[in-house]
Design a protein around this ligand. Structure first.
Ligand SMILES: *[C@@H]1O[C@H](CO)[C@@H](O)[C@H](O)[C@H]1NC(C)=O
Ligand SMILES: *[C@@H]1O[C@H](CO)[C@@H](O)[C@H](O)[C@H]1NC(C)=O
Length: 162
């Protein structure tokens, strides 16, 4: 009887252990948009101010370690979501991580269902005062800043999970 149960228990252990290993694995990659006007623009720091995340050229793209935090492998800065009363929430790069809401759904950057933002995957992109770059916000509704040229419902992706 015990001899018959042993292989079953072994299979059960393997099945239970697998998802834990996957959850612990962090993914590294560049982060890019896939829709006009920022089709294949990449996440990086504003060249004039390293604390402002922008979408810009692939040539200056940064790479990121993506788990519940997002950290640049180039600058070690963390991507944080700032508090705002508007539906669009500014992002910042900072030395310390204050946002643990990030996650990946396939190749798509999201805030997780269990986070204070709920599951969000929309971003707002607005023309930066630095020409050729776009400021990027987490978008939880449909507000847009007045006087700026913005594009709503942008999504951010890893180019490839290979
Ligand atoms: C960079 O941007 C942040 C956020 O807008 C601002 O608080 C800071 O003063 C800026 N730094 C410089 C050097 O302009
Ligand atoms: C950031 O690091 C990645 C991976 O090492 C590299 O491919 C990329 O060129 C770096 N970006 C910059 C702006 O140095």
């Amino acid at each position: 009887m015990l001899a018959l149960l042993a292989p079953v228990l072994l299979l059960l252990q393997t099945a239970l252990a697998a998802p834990v290993e996957n959850a612990a694995a962090a993914t590294v990659g560049k982060i890019r948009a896939v829709q006009s006007p920022i089709f294949h623009f990449y996440l990086q720091a504003n060249p004039k101010n390293e604390s402002i995340p922008v979408m810009g050229p692939e040539a200056s793209a940064e790479a990121f370690t993506i788990g519940s935090t997002i950290q640049s492998t180039n600058t070690s800065q963390y991507l944080n979501i700032l508090t705002a009363s508007t539906s669009y929430k500014p992002l910042e790069f900072a030395a310390a991580s204050s946002t643990t809401a990030w996650g990946l759904e396939g190749d798509t950057i999201i805030t997780t269902t269990g986070s204070s933002y709920g599951r969000q995957l929309n971003f707002l992109a607005c023309s930066s005062s630095t020409s050729g770059y776009y400021d990027v916000y987490l978008q939880t509704g449909s507000d847009t800043p007045s006087g700026k040229s913005c594009s709503n419902y942008q999504t951010l992706h890893l180019p490839c999970l290979c």
